[in-house]
Design a protein around this ligand. Sequence first.
Ligand code: ATP
Ligand code: MG
Length: 857
Amino acid sequence: MSSAPMVIKDDPTLMFTNAGMNQFKDIILGNQPAKFRRVTDSQKCLRVSGKHNDLEEVGHDTYHHTMFEMLGNWSFGDYFKKEAIEWAWEYLVTVLKINSELLYATIFEGSPEEKLERDYDAANIWAQFLPKERIINGNKHDNFWEMGETGPCGPCSEIHIDLRNETERAKIDGLSLVNQGHPQVIEIWNLVFMQYNRKADGSLESLPAKVIDTGMGFERLCMALQGKTSNYDTDVFQPIIKEIARIVETEYDENPQTDIAMRVIADHIRAIAFSITDGQLPSNAKAGYVIRRILRRAVRYGYTFLKQKHAFMYKLLPVLIDNMGDAYPELIAQKELIEKVIKEEEESFLHTLEMGIRLLDRTMVEAKSSGNQTINGKDAFTLYDTFGFPIDLTELILRENEMNVDLDEFNTEMQRQKERARNAASIETSDWVMLKDGTTEFVGYDYTEYETSILRYRQIKQKNQTLYQIVLDVTPFYAESGGQVGDVGVLVSEYETIEIIDTKKENNLPIHIVRKLPEYLKAPMMACVDTDKRATCAANHSVTHLLDQALREVLGKHVEQKGSLVTPGSLRFDFSHFQKVTDKEIRDIEHRVNARIRANIPLKEYRNIPIAEAKELGAIALFGEKYGDEVRVIQFDSSIEFCGGIHVPATGNIGMVKIIAESSVAAGIRRIEAFTGEKVENLLDTVQDTLINLKSLFNNAPDLSIVIRKCIEEKTELKKQVEGFIKEKQSILTQHLLDNVQEINGIKIIKFCGLMPPESIKNIAFRLHKEITKNLFFVAGSTDAGKPILMVMLSNNLVSDGMDAEKLVKEASKLIQGSGGGKPHFATAGGKYTDGLLMAVNKIIELANISKIRQVD
Ligand code: ATP
Ligand code: MG
């Protein structure tokens, strides 16, 4: 069996493959029959989240990786413990010729509270090969394997190896070092004997078909075979380590700190490159965020310990591909994309790092200035949360400055965030209630209605909402997968109609989600899909195939599908391409697709054909998708793709396609969004209505763009003219006002009431202020866009005498129902009541009480 993709797309409980068994979960759970009863494989795994998270160890130790290859053999109801143990021994000792003196086995010691006895079977089988003292009892934590909170489980038996040299082995007995975290006495192979099923109430029941699941770390095996004491010294990692050493100009194996950094980078580049090829780009949510964090961890180690201030990880790709491209050709095919994505991520994180360092500098200065040697934990948490600064980096920088951080406070903040995340994600799932045995038959490619009955159901609670999941005997409902959303519809019996609000897949089992359970659970029912939604969904799905084809024709063969979302309303298609798609290219793509729609090409569906035959047809497969030995192929003439989705019977049913948006989602990835059929019709209606309206505004001119351009030009010309007139009027008016100064008690009163834009009055006011340096009292009233405005300008000597333009304006603005403000020498006000303008102007003069002031003088 070939490796399944490392990125898991259709399982809500798991983001990445973390063990060989993941791809066989549906078989182990009994949702699918096993096609083969015996299997062997090598599976790419990633252990960076959830149950298996080795991230913090990676680089610091020499035998845990984020991404590694797990070798395994399986039995689905075929051989069991005896063969599994005997063959494991034969493989290690006889085939690979590993010194049997170095090997130890652990077995399950039993658990009284679970009423489980010691695994005597395994102990007896091992006793054929190993002396009694090298068969070690292990507790539930180490030697009892569970798939999750519920589900298949059973005892396991691990093989450990002592890789120390003879002198060391003579000094300390290896037996005392097994399972003690010694870097050279390590587990290499785990043999799991699944014989129980754990129920939601915690009890165990016997599993009808027993399963063997074994997993051996390829890198650790290499270390054993090549006589090394670190995975990084094997030929799996050495070429990468050497390339890092060359780039950063630092020797490996010289300084513990730089060695750790180099191991981190050598490890992480593999995890990141493989994730991207499997279709998981770094992003700020879910699986994408996990990948982003791995990448940032590597960049940070490079930055801090290897002095890499510029992007450098992407430069490791040629060596990685040289090393692993033969076994994983998907790396070669997507080299350009991987490089581009990594480089851009590195650059953006380095930028964030620098901003964080600046913030930390400021925080340190502030703390110091208030006599503190300790920065608070909240600030450290902000650095961690927003700038990706792990606490050890913050501490390192602080230490260099003889400062430290309040760790307790930091940990409290961290704990709080974890709780928030847990509460948001927590789902309570009850046990399945079984009504009938069996698995679901899917008939949705041929039917939208089918007679059925309920096999089992269960309750789920999430965010105060209670829903039910129903498994049917037969179903026409398509479960969300391959980017196409799940069908909705109803379950109808003689007694009631229940709405199905969504259909999802869990370990290959179609699950129908309802808000309310049928009252008569055992009644025969009809499962009816909402055919309107199904039809538009099918059109949107088929058109993604035609778009994919046209994109390759117009933009080039490098275009790879990188994600899609097909809903009844619209479709979204992400693909690799390195520039913006131009308007002309979009047109070209649309025209090609629409021509194929008009050609009404009939659907040709190949159901369950051997994968080799599909490849022969030239069908396009997706990177990062898991395909069985038999696949489904969808063909519309020369568009041929692997696909499990719902499609139109002929392209004519799509009606028409219109691309409504083109954008960038990440480095090297573009997105187009499109409408089909009725949605395009609606869109065209709106566009046409707008045009008709516009035309009627322009007297039904035959060419709108000509008249609108003319209109704009005329406006520009008029504006220029008006500005000229205003300037002219402004200087005439200024002169007129200067000629008509009214003097009372030595004060030069200038009063203006008339039409003039406020900007011009202001200009005039400042000109007067310049020309009449003493005793100027200028007051103006005008309107701006129909609203009254007031303005007062005073000479500085009057202000010194105690006059205040702002006070005057504020008081007078009541008469125009407005308000105002400004400075003592210049103030303005706006209002609503134009008829009060003249009164307001007079009021200002009256309020100034000019005769009185001068009399005092
Ligand atoms: P350990 O205790 O060393 O972390 P484990 O108990 O987590 O190992 P299993 O889950 O039993 O390991 O996985 C099966 C095998 O996969 C192990 O025996 C080991 O050879 C390998 N393995 C597990 N985790 C890693 C890892 N992070 N990096 C490399 N190999 C690993
Ligand atoms: Mg582990």
